[in-house]
Structures are given as C-alpha cells and as structure tokens.
Design a protein around this ligand. Structure first.
Ligand code: ZN
Length: 244
C-alpha cells in the first residue's frame, strides 16, 4: 500500500495542482486529505472540486468548519477571520454541502487520520511539544496517526523501549524502528510555515517500509496575484513566499 497524505490546502489552487501533478508520478494507491481545504487563498471552490475528484477521504479542518458556520471565529486571528468571511461569502452551495459532511477523524487502512489531535479533534488543539504529543499517543491505537493543522512537518516516534523523540530526517525507515508508533504531521500544501515556501506532503509506503516528506515548487506569484485581487490581508500574501 502506497498512500499520499496531504493537508492544509487553504484554497491555494496553484499549490494543489502542482502537488497533484507530483503525486501522479508517485504511483500511489490513494490520496487522503486531512482538511483545511479552504481559507486564506482565492480558489476554495476549485480546490474542493479537485478534492472530490482525487481524494476518496477528506477530513474536516477548522477553517472548513468556520467557513460553513459550524465553528465560531472568536479564536481566529484578525487575518484568518477576514479570510473565513470572504470564503464563506464565496463558497458555492455544492462546496458547502461537501464541507458539511466531512468527518473529523477516521481510521483507514489500519491507520488514524485527523486534522488537529486524536485527543479532541473537535477542539482544534495544536501539538507543538513532546508533552502534548505523548498525551495524544493514548488516543489512537493504530501504528500511525497522521495530522496537519500547524503547517509544520514533524515526525514523532515512540519506539519499542517506550522512548519518545522527534525524528530529525525527512524520511524514516520503518525497518529500523520495529514495533514503533508514530505521530506524523504532514505539513501544508497551501501555506507552509517551516521557512520553506514549497508545498509539503507525505508518502507512506507500507511494503517498502518507509514514510517520507516531499516538497513541491509551485507558482507562488500567481497565487499571490489572485489574493491581492480579492483584497486578502497583505500579511497572508507575503508569508507564502517566506514559508512562515
Ligand atoms: Zn490550516
């Protein structure tokens, strides 16, 4: 089984198209999306169309929930709130219907998938420390749990001696860590925040026994032009070229 796992597209069509083109050459059995298809950039409806066509499983993200009124924006910063409001005003009825039925958490192919945390998927917590990660390992019983939400790629391992650590490489060979369990943040397609502006996603190959991140260049300028045309806050536009 070879899976592509993508997350946090945020209506960035240029990034999503570039990533799907990359995935086409990866010989995957399926692509799974961990949510936040919309919010921030200018193409929410087209990104949702691509999800429908290319991802048998898409999960709900907090920006998706906010854009259809399922989540209040009181905890969103001012830029995110402006983006949610524009998105909400510009989603088609078909897009809204699609977002309304997305699940929060799913087990598929014996692995767990969720946008924020396995602990409380509907509370939109962030996993930013080893302590938070350790706590979350109690809330899934599969070998892997794939998450998004922070836009920062991260591999956290619990090995067979019960040691918890961050794996520092962009690829991990599963044969070297027998009986390990992993919490993996696959990064972001449409708004990476790890100081690398290229889109980020993950490939899990259960037969060859590895997980790896892939980075994909896309037409950032084109996406930024479209965001300027709809008057998105400049902060959201310039952060794309910095990857932060
Ligand atoms: Zn996001």
């Amino acid at each position: 089984m070879r899976l592509a796992i993508i997350s946090d597209i945020h209506a960035n069509l240029e990034a999503l198209e570039a990533v799907f083109e990359d995935i086409e050459h990866q010989d995957v059995d399926e692509t799974i999306c961990l949510g936040d298809v919309v919010g921030y950039a200018a193409d929410p409806n087209k990104c949702i169309e691509l999800m429908k066509a290319c991802c048998p499983l898409t999960l709900l993200g907090n920006h998706d929930a906010a854009a259809i009124g399922m989540l209040s924006t009181v905890n969103f910063n001012v830029h995110a709130r402006i983006a949610v409001e524009w998105t909400s005003d510009n989603l088609s009825n078909e897009s809204k219907s699609f977002l309304h039925v997305l699940p929060l958490k799913k087990v598929r192919y014996s692995q767990s998938f969720v946008h924020s945390t396995p602990y409380e998927p509907n509370m939109w917590h962030y996993i930013t420390s080893l302590e938070e990660a350790a706590y979350n390992f109690r809330f899934f019983d599969t070998d892997f749990c794939f998450i998004g939400h922070t836009h920062i790629p991260l591999i956290i391992v619990v090995n067979n001696r019960n040691e918890l650590y961050v794996h520092q490489d962009t690829r991990i060979n599963l044969g070297e860590i027998p009986d390990a369990r992993l919490l993996i943040n696959v990064g972001s397609i449409g708004q990476p925040r790890d100081h690398d502006p290229r889109s980020c996603y993950g490939i899990l190959d259960t037969e060859e026994g590895y997980f790896t991140f892939r980075r994909v260049e896309y037409d950032i300028k084109r996406c930024q032009e479209k965001m300027r045309a709809i008057k998105m806050p400049e902060f959201l536009i310039t952060r794309l070229e910095k990857g932060q």
